[in-house]
Design a protein around this ligand. Sequence first.
Ligand SMILES: Cc1cc2nc3c(=O)[nH]c(=O)nc-3n(C[C@H](O)[C@H](O)[C@H](O)COP(=O)(O)OP(=O)(O)OC[C@H]3O[C@@H](n4cnc5c(N)ncnc54)[C@H](O)[C@@H]3O)c2cc1C
Length: 386
Amino acid sequence: MGGMDQFNTAGEDITLFRDMLLRCLEKEVIPHYDQWEKDGWMPKEAWLMLGAAGMLAPDMPEEYGAAGAPFEVNQMILEETCRLNLHALSTALNVHANIVAPYVNNLGTPEQKAHWLPKMITGEVVGSIGMTEPGAGSDLAGMRTTAVREGDEFVINGSKTFITNGLHCGLLVLAAKTDPSKGAKGITLFLVDSSLPGFKKGKGIQKMGQHSNDTAELFFDNLRVPASAVLGGLNQGFIHLMQELPRERLGIGSQAIGACEGAMAATVDYVTQRKAFGQSVSQFQNTRFKMAELRAQLELTKAYWKQCLHRFKAGVMSTEEASILKLTSTELQVKVTHECLQLFGGYGYTAEYPISRFFADARVQTIYAGTSEIMKEMIARSELGR
Ligand SMILES: Cc1cc2nc3c(=O)[nH]c(=O)nc-3n(C[C@H](O)[C@H](O)[C@H](O)COP(=O)(O)OP(=O)(O)OC[C@H]3O[C@@H](n4cnc5c(N)ncnc54)[C@H](O)[C@@H]3O)c2cc1C
């Protein structure tokens, strides 16, 4: 079971929400999930169902219709959905509930919060975040989408790519250049309503895993937003991204921990049943040592993750700590799913056994939200200076 309740002051809430979540997933998600994976997205009704079940951003304030639960409850949702091999759903929720909702709640005006948060909590509006462009991923300061002030409006032109929840997107937290001469210091965030004229969604991007979250390219063609759509301060976008990215990376750490646990549990089941050379695969020393090694690394990573949860809650988790967690937990997830798949033999490569999905879904974890190389850069910066 999940790793959080024993150590946490939010233990009771987590247990209560976990029971509700597991019931909801068992009844409303797991029976349909294979179909969603084939379709390349989950239907809008699924978002509304999750909203009605109280599973979308339960840690947002009660005044917007959420439960006002401790923030760990949201992390538990990310962890458990990955443990149950529902990684695509987990990533959709990480963006909607662990990234976009906190951006609105932390940076928004009272009017912006009252407008967007209630609809995000019911699932009526699905949230996305648009930072990456075809020509600017790791190097965000190189983005070319512009927002030019005209009277009481900004006119936005450009495009974004790899946007999670891009097809369902109702609200986009968009990063655009308001002062292109100033590089990173000329970026502003906007809350963009996707129903506005000039907002176009491309086709869904075909991926090697996490099929049932929709990933899309978005285009802005003379898209006019009111000046009241600015989120946070003008030209403060990069600073806001740096403030909020640690939470995104913590969420990815929670996903990685859940996925490692789920993949290892599926492997234990398999290797204890499968026979070769007159004994079960679990009796080979190689299997035992592999599983022992993975367990040891996972327990150490979990200890660091729990420390990060505590420090985030206390408001003191640093960018370096978030980078260490993202780097180590996602690299471990890739390793665990790779090693576990090997222990399934040929069956591991088939869609019929769960490990193939654990494996394929894991791969992007070391890429999005800052690649492992960028995480190393961040850590090195705090170790050695620039
Ligand atoms: C499934 C999926 C979902 C995504 N969801 C979103 C989303 O919702 N919103 C969003 O804005 N973006 C999203 N992304 C984009 C993601 O964050 C970027 O793909 C990622 O940041 C890397 O950027 P890039 O693809 O342009 O690679 P590049 O930046 O071109 O990197 C190519 C290679 O160069 C390396 N590299 C780059 N700079 C350095 C350096 N300084 N030192 C060493 N190595 C370096 C990288 O690590 C990588 O190995 C998503 C991506 C995927 C695949």
